[in-house]
Write a new protein. Structure first.
Length: 308
């Protein structure tokens, strides 16, 4: 144990596209969570770790909280809420260019009912908006002694002040991770996430929401390069044809971009082979387990067992 070591775990929650993943990446100074302009990009908990002097901070980036309809969406929202019970602190990130709508008020009400007192992160303060002050007043009206931080995940404004505050709240404890650890997630999973990011960025409309990516093979080569085989799983043959593109042009384009990004992340040469399979993955326990999610029937079963 490091002398005078301190520890703090923080759950990051918020609406889709409020900036949760961008905030995590800023805080740990490394692109760990994938980020796209599309909502609901993050599907499971992404753990990020940063150690500053004697203090270790553990962050849990979570899926966005919204009104879910499909099985996958429900699993993602359950995942976001369940992550809070293992955290010492909760940060609720809010797009400061918007008003508090019904969905956000429901989030605030649920936090109140569960006696969870979050710190509020108002993001995008670098954008001109007349809503900043009214939003802050609305929060103070409901949480009179609220801690409110104004930041920009894009420019980094306010991040150092937020980090200083979090460090001040850490308590004496052995670290959970080694000093140089950045996450507890396997590289196979992170590589698959990078490819999924490229699929989100390069495919149109709803298709990215109907696919998942898994790393099937990881081979370390004698020349210090890595060969990675990944499978893109879709639920319909028509989706497969779109991803492949004419004469395989689209999957080649996506594969090239993903290979470069994975290589940059791993700091080595990467050989990436992509395959497309058609499976009913959106209702499969195997794929949910891979993402760290639970199907509703499994969640209900687990919850029932806990109450016995």
């Amino acid at each position: 144990m490091i002398n005078n070591s301190k520890l703090l775990s923080i759950g990051i929650i918020g609406r889709p596209n409020a900036g949760k993943s961008s905030l995590l990446n800023r805080l740990i100074n490394q692109k760990l969570s994938i980020v796209t302009p599309k909502v609901q990009t993050t599907r499971s908990i992404i753990t990020g770790v940063i150690t500053i002097d004697q203090t270790q901070l553990i962050f849990f980036d979570t899926p966005g909280i919204f009104e879910p309809k499909k099985s996958l969406e429900k699993a993602m929202v359950r995942c976001a809420w369940s992550s809070l019970y293992g955290a010492d602190m909760v940060m609720l990130i809010i797009d400061s260019t918007t008003n508090l709508d019904d969905n956000m008020r429901q989030i605030l009400d649920r936090l109140n009912s569960q006696k969870i007192k979050p710190i509020f992160i108002l993001n995008k303060i670098d954008l001109v908006s007349n809503k900043h002050k009214s939003l802050e007043n609305d929060l103070l009206e409901q949480f009179s002694d609220a801690q409110i931080f104004k930041i920009s995940t894009l420019s980094g404004k306010g991040i150092n002040g937020l980090l200083t505050y979090l460090i001040s709240k850490a308590t004496s404890s052995p670290w959970d991770y080694d000093q140089d650890d950045m996450t507890n997630l396997p590289m196979r999973f992170l590589a698959a996430e990078i490819t999924r990011e490229q699929l989100f960025l390069n495919l149109q409309d709803e298709l990215p929401y109907h696919l998942t990516v898994q790393t099937e093979k990881w081979q370390d080569n004698p020349d210090n390069s890595i060969t990675i085989n990944q499978v893109i799983v879709v639920s319909k043959d028509s989706y497969k044809m779109i991803i492949l593109g004419k004469n395989g042009a689209k999957i080649k384009e996506i594969g090239t971009k993903a290979r470069i990004e994975i290589g940059n992340f791993l700091s080595c040469k990467v050989h990436l082979l992509l395959f497309v399979k058609v499976r009913d993955w959106e209702n499969s326990k195997e794929y949910y387990d891979y993402m760290g999610l639970k199907l509703e029937k499994d969640y209900v079963k687990t919850s029932t067992n806990k109450t016995k």
